[in-house]
Design a protein around this ligand. Sequence first.
Ligand SMILES: [Zn+2]
Ligand SMILES: [Zn+2]
Length: 292
Amino acid sequence: MLPYNTLAEAEVALGRPLTCLESLWIGYSADKSDYFLFCHNILFLFLIFTVVPLPYILIDVLGLKGFDKYKIQPGVRLSARQILSCYKDVMKMFFLVVVPLQLVSYPTFKMIGFRTGLPLPSIWEILSQLLVCFLIEDYSNYWLHRWLHQGWGYEKIHRVHHEFTAPVAFAAPYAHWAEVLILGIPTFLGPAIVPGHMITLWLWVALRQIEALDTHKGYELPWSLTRLIPFYGGAEHHDYHHFVGGKSQSNFASVFTYCDFLYGTDKGYRYHKKLLSKMKENAQRVTQKKQD
Ligand SMILES: [Zn+2]
Ligand SMILES: [Zn+2]
């Protein structure tokens, strides 16, 4: 709940006129509790899990031929029934684990010092905090994910996420309940280290999940803007991790590629890519010869 109820009160408190965005924020949040604002994450996550994967799911289900050349594992195509079953399992996990976790984790977020009032964070504050969150998430997720590939962790927990050897976007949050809790730690660490405004937290929770859906979508699209992000792993990088499956000792990082490079866990992937490009070259040479 904000300490002022009207725009005039807020302007007096800040000692300056409000910006357009600040007026909108006051108009929306003034009569809402901080807990209610925090719980917006539940709605955002539900919409992201449901809506963001839809374009890729439709491409898969409708079998749009124009996208075949961008499919990372063209030999594998899940049926509409399998995809729907994946979504149902994800929703079950969402309502049984993610929602209760969000509801009870508010005191922890309150303790680390999130603010909901004015002034709103600048774009640079938001971007720098998001960058820190992504770097911390990527590094800590890398090691926890590696640990989940050890015998017990894999057999009892992580095996569920690897049921999809050729992932689809809905499969990003498809995991054992314990994995949802364990890999929730890296998502929480960033905001704990650089706490900011509630809007930054909303953005972080949303972008982290959109990024996870992006890496599981099963397509490497040449026009994807994420290709402009330095060291971004993307769908091809994580798809290889699923392709190799349980024995995978490759491509553990969730966002960037540098951890796998630094710790030597991308050797198999780099060899695989080299092999694929050689096969492509040979196929092109054969086609060229036939045409000559
Ligand atoms: Zn894995
Ligand atoms: Zn995955």
